[in-house]
Design a protein around this ligand. Structure first.
Ligand SMILES: [Fe+2]
Ligand SMILES: [Fe+2]
Length: 329
């Protein structure tokens, strides 16, 4: 296969377009045809960097997102609920691993990504910096947080970067199980006692606005969105996805019998969209800046888990070394 460097030499000799231009033209053509870019293909540095940042942040979110829920595994109200919650939290670990692997194909190591996370140099979704004071939070996280993740991630199955898009296909299947288990926890609570109904409504009140913030700032304040859309990484704008999410929630909230905590929420026939109250971005920015209810705790636990796991990494490396010696002998 001809590398961009070969093209550059051949092109320069013939006085044709430079190698970089030819490689860029090939890349642009693949994007225009809505084809996939694979790890072996030339890609602009900015595309590679954007993807590394997005995919690693996504991986970190999956791993940090295990914490607010694993917190409830020992206190789940029944064996069935415990088994379901354990499976869900394990799924999130798996999502992190697929995504770290996808990011590695872009030339960053797992170690570097992990260091960026535990040294506080990388971001993860702010939603995981909220606390989970009641069992109903497990329901609200599944219904709202995993629900928002699905809305965000289904279009990513068609992302132009092959390894990312393919990882998202499996992740989305598992996310829809997560959303249903959350819905079902809330449904059961809403059919229970007055105290249980209050607990469910309280959790919905806590998670509704943060889940809407998961789609990111309004379109007119989202400077990188246009480039990501031009590269076929992002397919819909933040506000479009948020509308789609609210449209999914409204009928489900009716089935549950919970109230979405926005007095101004109603469908506007004229615009074909939901009118809603202004989102309080000050709170979002506080959490993003590291001043949310559990930012410090999440990173401390992640660092601890990394240190506690050192022996596993050492043992695996030693085993691999011995296997390599054996096959070389
Ligand atoms: Fe996930
Ligand atoms: Fe999930």
């Amino acid at each position: 296969m001809t590398s961009p460097a070969d093209l550059s030499v051949a092109g320069a000799a013939r006085g044709e377009q430079s190698g970089d231009e030819a490689a860029q033209a090939l890349f642009d053509d693949l994007i225009a045809k809505d084809s996939r870019i694979e790890p072996r293909d030339w890609m602009p540095e900015a595309y590679r960097k954007t993807l590394i940042r997005q995919i690693s942040q996504h991986a970190h979110s999956e791993i940090i997102g295990m914490q607010p829920e694993s917190n409830w595994i020992t206190r789940a109200p029944s064996l069935k609920r415990k088994a379901i919650l354990m499976a869900k939290v394990q799924d999130e670990a798996g999502h992190g691993l697929y995504l770290y692997s996808a990011a590695q194909t872009l030339g960053i190591t797992r170690e570097e990504m992990m260091l960026q996370l535990i040294e506080g140099r990388a971001r993860y979704s702010s939603i995981f910096n909220y606390t989970t004071p009641t069992w109903a939070d497990m329901g609200a996280i599944g219904w709202l947080v995993d629900g928002a993740a699905i809305c965000n991630q289904v279009p990513l199955c068609r992302a132009s970067y092959g390894p990312y898009g393919r990882a998202m296909v499996r992740i989305c299947k598992e996310e829809s199980f997560h959303q249903r288990q959350g819905f079902e926890i809330l449904l059961e609570l809403m059919q229970g006692t007055e105290a249980q109904r209050e607990m469910a409504q309280g959790a919905v009140d806590r998670w509704y606005w943060p889940s809407l913030m998961m789609f990111g700032p309004p379109d007119d304040q989202s400077p990188n969105s246009a480039q990501s859309m031009a590269w076929n990484i992002k397919r819909f704008s933040n506000d479009d996805l948020r509308q789609r999410f609210v449209g999914m929630l409204v009928p489900q909230a009716e089935v549950l019998g919970v109230t979405l905590p926005d007095p101004n929420l109603r469908f506007n026939d004229a615009t074909g969209q939901y009118d809603m109250s202004e989102i309080d971005w000050t709170e979002f920015n506080e959490v993003l800046a590291g001043r949310g209810p559990a930012n410090a705790e999440r990173l401390r636990r992640r660092r601890e888990a990394h240190e506690d796991g050192a022996w596993v990494r050492e043992a695996a490396a030693e085993y691999a070394r011995k296997q390599a010696l054996k096959s070389a002998a």
